[in-house]
Design a protein around this ligand. Structure first.
Ligand SMILES: [Zn+2]
Length: 297
């Protein structure tokens, strides 16, 4: 049977296949820092008292509001100016009981059992100790395969989301650059930030401009900028979920595609693929009816 004919036959039986509700879509928004941990205070924060933690929280709260009418469940690690622990590292220099550990544990608890259909977005603004003129937007994801550092161990589950991390970064980053009009300082996979390497779900950390830059700090503090940043993130989050997972018999994901037809063609070529899951509607939209139908000569 030709590939074309195989795909056609599969298409014909799609509508006969069972459709089953599966899971929730969840985003955990993490406004970086908070309370005694101010993050960078940028160019003028030491005088004005407005630091990174404040800008991070403002964007996060607008984003929460923008997504409140969507079919995505939204959780925030914090909704007020507060820390999770009085320290980042204990006396032994470990993260146990520290602010970042408690923060990501909280995020992971929100999504327990729904990890594959959840995402984690940590919102930050940037600083640079040597260049006060630096500008632009960066997006980070954890790449534990190519940039593993034994000094910074990760949650084992995070490794399974490497492809999703990249897709999430590639979905969100260009929207941030376009919406905000700041220089594109690219997507990076070579930093092992604690929260993204310990998220039990696909995760990115975004740096929405440099507060150390006098002009950029001024822009970052405006409601207009914060609204646009939240809109870019909301659009990116919604787009991320508009995808199709191809799963094996044990519901393990084999691949993800933006288009249903691409997922279907993949199924025709890869024998162990048996189901297609629509991440947007959170339903199985196709199950392999029989091995004959998909056999390709
Ligand atoms: Zn930060």
């Amino acid at each position: 049977m030709s590939i074309k004919r195989g795909v056609l036959l599969v298409c014909i039986v799609i509508f006969l296949c069972p459709v089953k509700s599966y899971a929730e879509k969840i985003v955990v928004i993490d406004p970086g820092h908070g309370g005694i941990f101010s993050g960078t205070c940028g160019y003028s924060g030491n005088q004005t008292g407005y630091c990174e933690k404040d800008a991070n929280l403002s964007v996060a709260l607008i984003l929460q509001n923008l997504l409140s009418n969507s079919d995505i469940d939204v959780y925030l690690t914090r909704t007020t100016d507060t820390e999770f622990s009085p320290y980042l590292h204990n006396k032994e220099g470990e993260s146990i009981g520290g602010d970042l550990e408690i923060r990501i544990n909280k995020a992971n608890e929100y999504v327990q059992g729904e990890n594959d259909n959840s995402i984690f977005i940590s919102i930050h603004h940037n600083a640079n100790s040597t260049n006060p003129f630096i500008r632009g937007i960066e997006t980070y994801y954890y790449d534990g395969l190519n940039h593993f550092n034994p000094k910074w161990p990760h949650d084992p589950m995070q490794l399974t989301y490497l492809g999703d991390n990249l897709r999430l970064a590639q979905t969100i980053h260009p929207r941030l650059v376009n919406f905000l009009g700041l220089p594109n300082r690219k997507i990076h996979n070579d930093e092992s930030f604690y929260v993204i390497r310990n998220a039990q779900m696909p995760a990115v950390l975004v740096e929405l401009g440099y507060m150390i830059n006098r002009n950029e700090e001024k822009i970052i503090k405006t409601k207009e900028f914060q609204q646009k940043a939240a809109e870019a993130l909301a659009e990116g989050i919604k787009r991320y979920f508009q995808a199709y997972d191809v799963l094996d018999n044990n519901n393990q994901k084999i691949a993800t595609f933006d288009e249903f037809t691409s997922a279907l063609i993949f199924m025709g070529l890869v024998e162990e693929s048996v189901k297609i899951f629509n991440k947007d509607t959170q339903e199985f939209v196709f199950e392999r009816p029989s091995s004959e139908v998909l056999s390709v000569n």
